[in-house]
Write a protein that binds this ligand. Sequence first.
Ligand code: TUI
Length: 314
Amino acid sequence: MLRSKICQLLEIEYPILQGGMAWVATAELAAAVSNAGGLGVIGAGHMPGEALRAEIRKTKALTIKPFGVNIMLMSPFVKDVMQVVVDERVPVVTTGAGNPGEFIPMLKEIGTKVIPVVASVALAKRLERIGVDAIIAEGMESGGHIGDVTTMALVPQVVDSVSIPVIAAGGIADARGVIAAFALGAAGVQIGTRFVASTECTVHPNYKEAVLKAKERSTVVTGRLTGHPVRIITNKLSRTFDELEKSGADPEEFDRIGAGRLRAAAKDGDMQGGSVMVGQIAGVVTQIMSVKAIMQEITGDLPKVLKEISETIG
Ligand code: TUI
């Protein structure tokens, strides 16, 4: 059994959300996760509004279950994509890479559930006051754009600071991670990297292979100087960023070199020049499985993990 207030709030079977990964989390992956009883999430990333509308409609054709859209707040199209999720009556919006405060009233007005990703206690408290439905506390183990606090330290401190449900993210890929998150007080989990290595994920096969090959130290955080730290797999691009950082290059130079690199990895499979965003938990992901099998494995392993714990504690 894996039920929490997140299940009632989002009308889903398991309190497992799929990370809204830009260029990676398309309609096919989102629909598969929703059909398997979790909450599938389309990653809007840098999509223009009409591209997102097409992705939402594709998702609606593939599932009758609730699903979400992740809106990346640094996108130049953020206003358009917010309007599209309102027009399309998307049931759940998660946000990332910023403060979604100004958009919350328009989403709440139509009953969309709003669940921002935060990397700090301060933003979690501020957003609770504005009326968000839950919070995703994402640790720096995650792939992509991150904060600077680990999941282990962030989740209990956010849990202690707000009354709304908290969903843990960063470093979770199996039943052990889910139970650890619940031990920290979370009412749900968000899983990204594990779902990249699924049959339904439409990312380039090289990207999935990179997840399978990655170990706990295969990633590095780039772009700390720009104020937008991003965890990616160590490769030619990460070494270029590293050299730029050492030579004290202008932050604009990072942006220029970084532009389009996630697309190159996710669509073209460029594992050297591309930005291969993967979490530190990738080392436990060793095979490509269907989304349904991943969900069954995670939920099915919970009693075993709990039993092992109760033999030591209790
Ligand atoms: O957003 C993510 N992960 C992402 S977004 C992304 S696309 C991108 N590509 C290149 C450069 C930058 C982004 C790839 N991965 N995760 C959620 C997340 N949000 N992590 C950290 C945060 C965050 C950080 C600061 C949320 C709020 C925040 O607050 C700033 C403020 O205004 O208080």
